[in-house]
Design a binder for this molecule. Structure first.
Ligand SMILES: O=C(O)CCC(=O)C(=O)O
Ligand SMILES: [Fe+2]
Length: 358
C-alpha cells in the first residue's frame, strides 16, 4: 500500500516516527549531474534599489545594472527596496501559522483546479499524475484591489490583514522594477506597467518544505520558469532555491531583509527574447523546515501576451505567438512542470535553447 500523500508532506513527516528513508513515490528521476547537492555557490547580482531615487547618474547606473542582470542572469537580489522588515517578518509568521494549523482547517482550501482563486495542496498539485514533490503550498490571488480577499484564509485571524498589506507593498516594488526594466529596454518608463492592464495579476505561492530524509533524491519543486513578469521572493533564511545559469545549477543565497527577483515568461515574451525567463527549482534538506513566499506579477487574465510593438519592426520578427495570458497559465500549470516547455510551445522559431530536463 502506498503512502497517504494527499494529506501533504508536513502531515507525513509529523505522523511518522523518525523517517529514515524517502518513500519511493517521492524519488524523482534527477540526472546524476543535476543532483541537488552538486549545485555550486555563485555570485548573483545584487541591486541597491535606492539608486533609482537618487541623482540622475545614479539612477542611470542602477537601471544599467538591472538591465545587465536581466540580460545575463534573469535573476537578482534587491536591497534598500523600501519594504519594512517588520511586514516581511509578519508575513512569514502568518504563513508559518497557517501551515501549522490542523489538517482539516487547511483542507478547507484544498483545490485541484489550477485557476481557483485560493488553493492549498501538496506536491505540484494534489492530483497524482506524476512523481511527488516534497512540498505543501498555499496559493491565492492578490492584486492592488484584491477581489478575492473574502476567500483568503481566515485562520490565523490576522492572515488576511497581513497578507493584504504585504501584497500591496510587493506590488509597488514590482511596479518600480518594471519601470526600470522598461527604461532599460528603451521603452516608455510606464510601458510594462500599462501592459498589465487595470487588473494586473498578482499570485502568491507560499511553499512549505519540511525536513526530508534523503534530500538528494527528490526536489521541493522541479525546474520551471514562472509565467508572470517578475517574481519577488523571500524565505525563512533556510537555503533551498537554485537557478540554472549556463547549464549549471547555482545555489541562491538569501539574506534576511532582502528579496530575490526573477524574470518570468511574460517578460521574456514582452522583450521578444532579449531577456530570458530563468529556470529555477527548490531543493530540500534533512534538518530544517524551509518556507518560501513567492509573489508573481503578470498582466490581467484577458490580456494578450506578445512582444512589445516598439521592440519589433515587423510582425515576422516576433519570436512568440500571441496568446491570452489565462490560456498560457492554464497550459503551464496543468501539466507537470518541465523546464520551459510551455514557453517553447508558443515560439515561432526553434532558435531558443530547448532542452529536456526534469
Ligand atoms: O521555494 C523557492 O525558493 C522557489 C519557489 C518557486 O519557484 C515558486 O513558487 O514558483
Ligand atoms: Fe518559481
Amino acid at each position: 500500500m502506498g503512502i497517504d500523500y494527499q494529506k501533504g508532506v508536513k502531515y507525513l513527516v509529523d505522523n511518522s516516527n523518525d523517517m529514515k528513508i524517502l518513500p519511493s513515490e517521492f524519488v524523482l528521476p534527477i540526472p546524476e549531474a543535476e543532483r541537488p547537492l552538486l549545485a555550486i555557490h555563485g555570485f548573483i547580482p545584487a541591486i541597491d534599489l535606492s539608486g533609482l531615487d537618487g541623482p540622475i547618474e545614479q539612477r542611470v547606473s542602477t537601471i544599467h545594472a538591472i538591465s545587465s542582470a536581466c540580460a545575463q542572469w534573469g535573476f537578482f537580489r534587491v536591497t534598500n527596496h523600501c519594504i519594512n522588515i517588520s511586514i516581511m517578518d509578519e508575513m512569514l509568521k502568518v504563513i508559518e501559522e497557517f501551515f501549522n494549523l490542523p489538517l482539516d482547517e487547511k483542507m478547507r482550501y484544498a483545490s485541484e483546479n489550477v485557476m481557483d482563486p485560493v488553493r492549498y495542496g501538496t506536491s505540484l498539485n494534489t492530483s497524482r499524475k506524476h512523481a511527488l514533490h516534497w512540498r505543501d503550498f498555499l496559493r491565492h490571488y492578490g492584486g492592488l484591489v484584491p477581489h478575492t480577499y473574502h476567500l483568503w484564509p481566515d485562520n490565523p485571524p490576522s492572515y488576511r490583514h497581513v497578507a493584504k498589506e504585504y501584497l500591496k507593498e510587493v506590488w509597488q516594488l514590482a511596479v518600480k522594477i518594471f519601470g526600470a526594466i522598461s527604461e532599460g529596454l528603451g521603452l516608455d518608463p510606464n510601458y510594462i506597467e500599462r501592459s498589465l492592464g487595470d487588473e494586473g495579476t498578482q499570485i502568491i505561492a507560499a511553499n512549505y518544505y519540511p525536513p526530508c530524509p534523503e534530500p538528494n533524491k527528490t526536489l521541493g519543486l522541479a525546474a520551471h520558469s514562472d509565467h508572470g513578469g517578475l517574481t519577488i521572493l523571500m524565505d525563512n533564511g533556510i537555503h533551498g532555491l537554485q537557478i540554472k545559469h549556463n547549464q549549471t545549477w547555482f545555489l541562491v543565497p538569501h539574506d534576511p531583509g532582502t528579496f530575490i527577483v526573477n524574470l518570468g515568461d511574460y517578460l521574456e515574451i514582452l522583450s521578444n527574447g532579449r531577456y530570458k525567463s530563468v529556470e529555477h527549482r527548490s531543493v530540500v534538506n534533512e534538518e530544517k523546515t524551509r518556507i518560501s513566499i513567492a509573489v508573481g506579477h503578470g498582466p490581467e487574465m484577458d490580456a494578450i501576451v506578445e512582444p512589445a510593438s516598439p521592440l519589433i519592426q515587423e510582425k515576422s520578427e516576433s519570436k512568440y505567438r500571441p496568446i491570452l495570458y489565462k490560456d498560457y497559465i492554464r497550459g503551464q500549470q496543468s501539466t507537470v512542470k518541465r523546464g520551459k516547455t510551455a514557453l517553447h510551445e508558443i515560439m515561432t522559431s526553434a532558435d531558443n535553447n530547448k532542452e529536456d530536463q526534469i
